[in-house]
Ligand binder design. Structure first.
Ligand SMILES: [Zn+2]
Length: 344
């Protein structure tokens, strides 16, 4: 569970109303899929939607809008987190691998645990489903092949393309895209989000829930410091190994997301001085200077290395070494700058 889920699931998010009416329509037509696969980038409302849907299936006095009533005994159990027909499956917090092990899926698929005990439906939320290990995925496939009566398995995650095709093909797939910028800004305003909303939204790669929750002042300050460090390493005045230690403290996944965003902006500025879009509009001048100085091929290679490191960041046990090697490469690219940059 992340901070995004603090939003009460009372109504669909504005950019998800279309998807919500389709889900509601299939329930009213008695065509609820046994497997639902909800994917999309972080912070677009996947879990909010799944939560809303699960609650509406378990409430026994749904409103005319298809939403859970919020008052019946089922809704009270849901609010207390103790409804027997809602099962949550995730990685074992004790395990270092962060995987969902086969035992978790076996427990789930025992017949009795899949028969509703009080509601009309039994709902299992498997989150993040991309962490199912191969054995667990196999066990889940068996459950999907022989669905018990009124059971819904909801698979949620950011990288569900990694799941076996056999699982994906047995689920109804819902891909949640990043909403349009104006719709997202409108919503952030309604939520009373403070600060430069355009900047916040761009830093969150357009994901409104991330823009609202994750980017508090501390994080924005950390971003400022790391950007200064990044520029100092490129200019030769910052020590790459010390900078990598600071990256590591922030956590490799977030840091690599930032680095990828910075490099993308620099590469955009190599093509045109006025790109249609920048993820870091507040650093246009610094990035434009780098864009003029860096050799394009080196910039593209560096972005590629960041993305490769990002793909492994959740499981790589030696983050610091990886980050140090990236920071040193960046300082080398930067040394090219001091020779090539007419402004330096
Ligand atoms: Zn209810």
């Amino acid at each position: 569970m992340t901070g995004h889920d603090l939003l009460p699931p009372e109504a669909p998010l504005p950019w998800l109303t279309g998807i919500w009416s389709r889900l509601r329509g299939s329930r009213e037509a008695d065509r609820v899929a046994h497997g639902l696969l909800v994917s999309g980038p972080s912070g677009v409302g996947k879990r909010h939607l799944v939560e809303l849907y699960a609650r509406s299936l378990l409430c026994h006095t749904r409103g005319v809008d298809g939403m859970a009533c919020g008052r019946c005994s089922d809704c009270s159990l849901l609010a207390a987190g103790s409804h027997p027909d809602l099962i949550r499956v995730g990685p074992d917090p004790e395990s270092r691998s962060g995987e969902i092990p086969i035992g978790a899926i076996r427990n789930l698929s025992q017949r009795e645990s899949l028969t509703p005990s009080r509601a009309q439906w039994k709902v299992a939320i498997i989150d993040p489903a991309d962490r199912l290990n191969p054995a667990a995925a196999n066990a889940l496939l068996k459950t999907l092949e022989e669905p018990a009566g009124q059971t819904l398995l909801c698979l949620v995650g950011e990288r569900l393309g990694q799941l076996p095709a056999t699982i994906r093909s047995r689920c109804q797939q819902i891909k949640i895209p990043v909403p349009g910028e104006s719709e997202a800004l409108e919503w952030l305003k309604e939520q009373g989000t403070a600060g430069d909303l355009v900047l916040r939204l761009r830093l969150a790669h357009g994901a409104p829930l991330r823009a609202r929750c994750e980017l508090d002042e501390t994080l924005l300050e950390q971003r400022r410091e790391r950007l200064d460090g990044f520029l100092a390493v490129a200019a030769g005045s910052g020590d790459p190994v010390r900078e990598a230690a600071a990256w590591n403290q922030l956590g490799a996944p977030s840091m690599l997301d930032w680095l990828a965003g910075w490099l993308c902006d620099i590469l955009r500025l190599m093509i045109t001085a006025e790109p249609a879009r920048l993820d870091n509009p507040d650093r246009r001048a610094d990035f434009a200077r780098l864009a003029r100085a860096i050799e394009p091929a080196a910039g593209h290679r560096f972005l590629q290395r960041i993305l490769e490191a990002r793909a492994l960041a959740e499981t790589n046990l030696n983050q610091l070494l990886q980050l140090e090697s990236l920071a040193i490469e960046w300082s080398r690219i930067g040394r090219g700058i001091t020779i090539r940059d007419p402004d330096a």
